[in-house]
Design a protein around this ligand. Sequence first.
Ligand code: DAH
Length: 341
Amino acid sequence: MREKLEKIKSEAMAALSAAAASDKLEALRVKYLGKKGEVTAILKQMGGLSPEERPIIGQLANQVRTEIEAAVAAKASELEKKLMEEKLRLEAVDVTIPGTPVCRGHRHPMTIVLDEVKDIFIGMGFTIAEGPEVELSVYDFDKLNIPVGHTVRDRRDTFYITEDEAVHLRCQTSPVQVRVMEVQKPPIRIISPGRVYRKDEVDATHSPMFHQFEGLVVDKGVTLGDLKGTLNTLVKKLYGPETKTRFRPHHFPFTEPSCEMDVQCFVCGGEGCRVCKGEGWIELLGCGMVHPKVLAGCGIDPDVYSGFAFGVGLERVTMRRFGIDDLRLIYENDMRFLQQF
Ligand code: DAH
């Protein structure tokens, strides 16, 4: 029996030290120490021993049981510790790892300039008006004194939506003038930014879609002096207080008199260079005093009221503002370009 106990002990110790999980450990505990376990079985056989052997084997059996119990307990706490370490390792958050950087966007250069333009005009008491991009020819042409047969109404220039040419993609923001004057009586002071469309080939200065902002002021006693003062304020705020302008006579069907406004070249200061093509001046916008026919057509008496209007290409203003030399860059959304603003 002694040998048997020694064998049980050494087997149990080996098995316990190899146990790698708590369910295995529990199975071993039952195998050796449980009610039907191997050590228990020995203890049950004690009755059959001689009175001399009984205390010796009894002591040995108890000792083996105690040692196996201790080994089970030791293994249990070892496994628990391991489990905890593993759990901590898995759940650990390394606060020193850098986070995913948040990419902050910013406004497109066109939006930056448009916001500035809006601020400048709002500061002078203007409000912002909007009109549709799919426009009636009545508003974009007829009521602006552009008769049927005029070159700008040509199918080669305008994107017509309907066969009868009654609807098209507006080729200027000027129809918003008419829409505003039809519903609002003077005093009127609005600017109207938005997209316009013309059948132009794409190149460094042209695109079939581009942006304009229209301006309109109608009140009693409005003069060409008011027009010049307003537009000079705009360019001085946009390009700096030293900026010089000049007004050249021009023709637009919806204004009389009409002019174009140039700004002195911001590169050469008027000397003449590549940017201004040796002129010293750069054309910026069209403007004029609202034609009496246009006022009357919108129900405003031209004998009582007068007004001025202007139309500006937003791309052109933006390109001048930031020194951008190719219009296509504005639309391509290349991050290497956009990140510079
Ligand atoms: N609509 C004209 C264009 O697209 C620009 C323009 C000129 C607008 C004179 C006006 C104006 O309001 O008075 O070329």
